[in-house]
Design a protein around this ligand. Structure first.
Ligand code: SF4
Length: 475
């Protein structure tokens, strides 16, 4: 596949690392034998990242026994690295003006049915106050690509959101999903105190990319987008989020490409992506797109498990695009972060209730349950819902995060911090039945801890939150 070029400024030594990865060759590999599969699973369970070639072997291992072994290993690895915590966040769409014309998107410029809007400062305050009063602490802001949505505009919204307080409510981490920027743009956004900068390549398969993103549109520039997070790293941003829109092209190719992207960033900047997202194509306003690559639920679970095994220390995000049932199952195979109580219409948190208004959405949601309902189900399934932002606020980000994560220390921080953020939620926002389930979970987690100084400290932090009304206690 020919190397892509661009006229826009790239990172130092930028390269089309997908073109040179020979992913098509890897996809033509024969069915592996059980020894190959077993050896690769052993490497994953030793918490070592897999190469694209090793990942391809897990993809080709589609006989029932191998698939079962992959699921079991992914479940075990997830529990060993992430424990039983699930991190929660909410999306906040700031504006859906966009100059691009992506074939799959309800916000595309040619969709005349789309109701275009950008939240004013007052409206941002209304939305964020609503989210804080639900108990949210972590947001991802989403912007179309438009001259109005400058780095300064993004930074201004981030700062505004950190300043909004409602009772005990506050947002402690703001992530961004927006268009790729240049170095100066990233520095501007970084200076506002963002967490993760997310850019989805949508599809890494060049011919499909060109089909879905008309040449001449800003997003039609494949290499500028592929290089987007490299420029962010070089502008001292720490945490990156990558992703692909599954259903545009062969899921096997996209999984190999996501792994290749992760390894490329790891090799070049010493740290891979903080998160990987794998949304599936779904209905959207003004979109009439069918492809031969729709991902069946079984294959979707396989790709999540394989990603879990390939990138042990990268968070896996599954959004409310998916149904509650799919999300519930996917958490067994490696998903570590989900959104909850989400509304993606501009102004949706205070204006649409339990409805979905397609003309105001980028795509339709599969799970619009309340935050409280999602938390209760997580508790019933034995998870600890977490609003933790400690690593980000203590500078355990990027390489520093990996230095903590890799030796397995993170477990010593994640679960205790998840427990204290859960306790805050139970004290301030939970319904009676969720509070009862949550208190039971906290007792079980505490009982499961070995009798040592750490247990005493965690118990004391929980007492201060639940009995003394203190907040924001973390390590
Ligand atoms: S996917 Fe993003 S860039 Fe493309 S049309 Fe939609 S909002 Fe614009």
């Amino acid at each position: 596949m020919n190397q892509q070029t661009t006229t826009r400024r790239l990172s130092a030594g930028a390269t089309d690392f997908i073109a040179t990865a020979n992913l098509d060759v890897l996809l033509k590999q024969p069915q592996p034998d059980t020894v190959q599969v077993r050896d690769i699973l052993a490497k994953s369970l030793a918490k070592e990242a897999l190469t694209a070639a090793e990942t391809a072997i897990l993809i080709h291992a589609d006989d029932p026994d191998s698939v079962a072994a992959v699921f079991a290993a992914a479940n075990r690895l997830k529990r060993e690295v992430y424990g039983n915590r699930i991190v929660l966040f909410a999306p906040l769409y700031i504006g859906n003006h966009c100059v691009n014309n992506c074939a799959y998107c309800g916000f595309k410029v040619t969709n005349t049915k789309a109701i275009r809007r950008t939240l004013s400062a007052e409206e941002v305050e209304q939305q964020v106050t609503f989210l804080e009063n639900q108990g949210h602490k972590r947001l991802i802001l989403v912007f179309g690509e438009h001259p109005d949505y400058t780095p300064e505009f993004i930074a201004e919204n981030v700062r505004r959101i950190y300043d909004i307080k409602s009772g005990p409510g506050e947002i402690r981490r703001v992530n961004i999903n927006a268009a790729p920027l240049d170095g100066a743009g990233y520095r501007t956004v970084k200076s506002s105190g963002i967490g993760t900068y997310q850019i989805f390549q949508e599809t890494y398969h060049l011919p499909t990319y060109q089909e879905m993103h008309p040449v001449g549109t800003l997003k039609g520039d494949y290499l500028y987008r592929l290089d987007g997070l490299s420029r962010a790293f070089e502008a001292d941003c720490d945490d990156m989020g990558v992703g692909a829109l599954f259903g545009l092209y062969d899921w096997r190719y996209e999984v190999l490409a996501l792994v290749t992207h992760s390894l490329f960033l790891q090799a070049r900047y010493g740290v891979g992506p903080h998160t990987i997202s794998f949304p599936r194509l779904c209905p959207a306003s003004g979109v009439d797109l069918t492809t031969p690559y729709s991902v069946a639920d079984r294959d979707f679970m396989r790709l999540i498990a394989i990603l879990r095994l390939a990138v042990p220390y990268t968070g896996l995000i599954l959004t409310a695009r998916e149904s509650a049932a799919i999300r519930r199952e996917a958490m067994e195979y490696g998903v570590s972060q989900i959104d909850a109580g989400s509304r993606i219409e501009i102004g949706g948190y205070t204006e649409v209730g339990d409805m979905q208004v397609m003309e105001r959405e980028q795509f339709s949601l599969g799970d619009i349950r309340s935050l409280d309902a999602v938390i209760r189900e997580l508790l019933e399934d034995g998870y600890v819902p977490s609003f933790c932002t400690a690593c980000y606020r203590l500078g355990r980000t990027g390489k520093q995060f990996m230095e903590f994560a890799i030796p397995g220390f993170i477990g010593s921080y994640c679960t205790p911090n998840a427990m204290t953020t859960l306790a805050e939620y139970l004290a301030d926002y939970a319904s009676p039945s969720t509070r009862a389930a949550g208190m039971q979970r906290l007792r079980a987690e505490l009982d499961a801890m070995p009798d040592n100084q750490r247990k005493t400290e965690v118990a004391e932090r929980l007492r201060r939150i639940l009995e003394c009304g203190e907040h924001d206690l973390y390590v």
